[in-house]
Design a protein around this ligand. Structure first.
Ligand code: ATR
Length: 278
């Protein structure tokens, strides 16, 4: 049977995942297909049962179902359980296991940009929602010098820090104090949606105090370079956008489903072509 995968979310209109995975199947000559499924919350349980019933290979899960879907799976991978969200389901002979490849995908893109381990680095994470949880928990588990978390709503940072503290030296700071200490960080990561299309004029934090050589990373990939990343570059920062995180989270899911290494370059090209509207 043709291997069928997909992504379930609501709304699902603008997802780049089908184009990215279809490009990978074509490149490797795999007889597989990837479809975007618009799934409302009230249908999520039936949709997950459908993966089993129809014998689909697996499914990506996106906003707003990453947390709720955990209730319908047979098993949850350790990292996904620590993060508290699942973005990838793998169907092994009718048994559904949930993974979170967002955190690992991000970590791969950051390690590539940093060119070395983060074990002696100070990292600031701005935001404490779902994306922040994936990023912060994965960084903490992989080893980091110091992790500092800040957010508009500080209680959410406290909750996230509680998980991260099991693995790494973690502190919570209010936005203003984190901003005042900007020069102390080697890596600064925006996990919020501030600056995303169409609100491209907003920034999650001022870059005035930034030191040269700091890695400034924005999970946003639309626009490819947010105003915040542009400001960082003006001050000698090294900018990293969210494209590689998106590609790597897809590549890790691809390997879980197919058992073969994903063709990263082809997947990245497909994403960039779509983002540029080609
Ligand atoms: P995601 O899954 O993309 O992380 P989320 O779980 O809704 O989405 O989290 C959104 C994050 O962006 C949160 O940290 C949120 O801050 P609050 O916890 O205070 O809501 C942050 N965020 C969203 N809009 C923001 C804004 N205008 N200013 C500051 N932070 C914002």
């Amino acid at each position: 049977m043709r291997g069928i995968m997909g992504v379930a979310g609501y709304p699902i209109g603008h997802t780049l995942s089908p184009a990215m995975h279809e490009a990978a199947f074509k490149e490797l000559g795999l007889n597989m297909a990837y479809h975007a499924f618009e799934v409302r919350l009230e249908n999520l349980s039936d949709a997950v049962k459908g993966i089993r019933g129809l014998g689909l290979k697996g499914m990506n899960v996106t906003i707003p179902h990453k947390v709720e879907v955990m209730n319908y799976l047979d098993e949850i991978d350790n990292l996904a359980a620590e993060i508290g969200a699942v973005n990838t389901i793998v169907n092994r002979d009718g048994r559904l296991k949930g993974y979170n490849t967002d955190g690992e995908g991000y970590f791969q893109s950051l390690r590539e940009a940093a060119g070395s381990s983060l074990e002696d680095k100070r990292v600031l994470v701005i935001g404490s929602g779902g994306a922040a949880r994936a990023v912060a928990v994965t960084i903490a588990k992989n080893g980091v010098g110091e992790l500092v978390i800040t957010n508009r709503t500080l209680q959410k940072s406290e909750n996230l820090a509680e998980t991260c503290l099991k693995f790494a030296n973690t502190t919570v700071l209010p936005m203003g104090r984190a901003q005042a200490r900007l020069t102390e960080f080697d890596v600064i990561i925006n996990t919020t949606s501030v600056g995303m299309y169409p609100e491209t004029g907003s920034m999650p934090m001022s870059m005035e105090m930034l030191s040269r050589g700091t890695i400034v990373s924005d999970l946003i990939y639309n626009p490819l370079k947010t105003r915040w990343l542009k400001e960082a570059e003006k001050r000698g920062g090294i900018a990293l956008n969210g494209v590689n995180m998106f590609v790597y989270q897809g590549a890790i899911a691809f390997k879980l489903w197919t058992g073969v290494e994903a063709p990263i370059r082809v997947m990245r090209e497909a994403v960039l072509r779509n983002l540029k509207g080609e």
